[in-house]
Design a protein around this ligand. Structure first.
Ligand code: UT7
Length: 333
């Protein structure tokens, strides 16, 4: 006889309850960068919108930065670490093959009741995490979920590479998500295109490195190909997320795209015909591109600058190595 299994039942909806970020102490200006990179302040500003970036020191690790960002998000949400039922941590730069960063973060936070795991969805990691957390809360697996995006990209770039050395940076951002009586997270539009795996790739892989020797793996990026893909496809992904949520560009208050390049953000705004009143996150100017951390860090800065408030409607979109992408409309915490 087949036993009847009682399924888990969760909240009707989920929502964002709090956000927090951690920025490394060291500020690296374009001027300083150009003492070792063959470039200029003017070129970097014009082509990427970056004026300075944050780079982590030896004492600032993927785990320590994630813990700091999470503490702030928990405080903003008014939730204790023991209430967290799951930690979803997006990163591509945790320097341990195993165990996960998430399990250590849970331990250090005192999140003693949390299942914890890392995801590898690069610059879409945070938006992937929102979809996962929404599911965990609504199916009843977890009441509260910590969704973290964290990167220490400076461990995995060649700082003299003109294609990546000026753009990538370090940091962490986190949100607490929990149950809601009202809808506050729209459907996630996501996808992947592994046929373009080579356009952003950390090489060599560990096995090749062990077998053949060679240099430490660093992220290599075919910038123009990624740029064309992002500008060509991501506005359409945003439109689908807006349509799926039943929200028009006029209804939108805030746009928080992955902080890849200011020119990509501007191209998406034009393509989406976003009205003037929409507040746009431009964190990249002072932070650089922090992959999975970029969206929650950008969100945190909007609060610090009093540019947004709780209850506003925001469109999020992440895209990067894989290639992968994800977008959704959310109510701000
Ligand atoms: O976060 C993950 C997703 N990543 C992205 O979305 C990044 C997408 N790509 C980009 O943001 C841009 O491709 C970059 C900012 C990385 C590069 O900008 P670009 O406009 O695509 O530059 P480019 O590679 O087409 O190079 C343009 C020119 C070239 O000179 P010529 O051939 O026109 O004379 C390059 O040699 O600029 C030169 N160049 C540089 N000059 C000064 C390339 N890199 C540099 C540099 N400094 N660092």
């Amino acid at each position: 006889m087949t036993a009847v299994i009682r399924p888990s039942t969760g909240a009707a909806y989920s929502k964002l309850l709090g956000v927090g970020g951690y920025r490394p102490k060291r500020i690296v200006t374009n001027e300083e960068l150009c003492t070792w990179l063959d470039s200029t302040d003017e070129w970097i500003r014009e082509r990427s919108g970056i004026t300075e970036r944050r780079w982590a020191g030896d004492d600032e690790t993927v785990v320590s930065m994630a813990v700091e960002a999470s503490r702030k998000a928990l405080a903003h949400a008014g939730i204790a670490a023991e209430q967290i039922g799951a930690i979803v941590l997006g990163t591509i730069t945790h320097p341990f093959q195993t165990p996960s960063a998430a399990a250590e973060v849970a331990y250090l936070l005192g999140a003693t009741n949390a299942g914890a795991f890392d995801t590898s969805a690069a610059c879409a990691g945070f938006c992937y995490g929102i979809a996962i957390a929404d599911g965990l809360i609504r199916n009843g697996t977890s009441e509260y979920v910590l969704n973290i995006g964290v990167e220490k990209l400076t461990d995995f770039i060649d700082k003299t590479d003109r294609g990546t050395g000026f753009i990538f940076a370090d940091g962490a951002g986190a949100v607490v998500m929990g149950p809601s009586a009202e809808p506050a997270i729209g459907p996630t539009i996501w996808g992947s295109d592994g046929s373009q795996r080579d356009v952003i790739i950390a090489e060599p892989d560990w096995v090749t490195l062990r077998r053949e020797g060679g240099d430490w793996p660093v992220v290599k990026m075919q910038g123009q190909r990624v740029f064309r893909w992002a500008v060509g496809e991501m506005a359409n992904v945003c439109r689908q997320a807006l349509d799926a949520a039943g929200v028009s560009p006029e209804d939108l208050d805030v746009f928080i795209p992955h902080q890849a390049n200011m020119r990509i953000t501007d191209a998406m705004i034009r393509s989406l015909h976003l009205p003037e009143h929409v507040v746009v996150a431009r964190d990249i100017a002072l932070q650089g591109n922090t992959s999975a951390a970029s969206i929650p860090l950008a969100m945190a800065r909007l609060y610090e600058n009093n540019e947004v408030h709780s209850g506003q409607t925001a469109l999020l979109v992440g895209f990067g190595a894989g290639l992968v992408y994800a977008a959704q409309v959310v109510t701000l915490p």
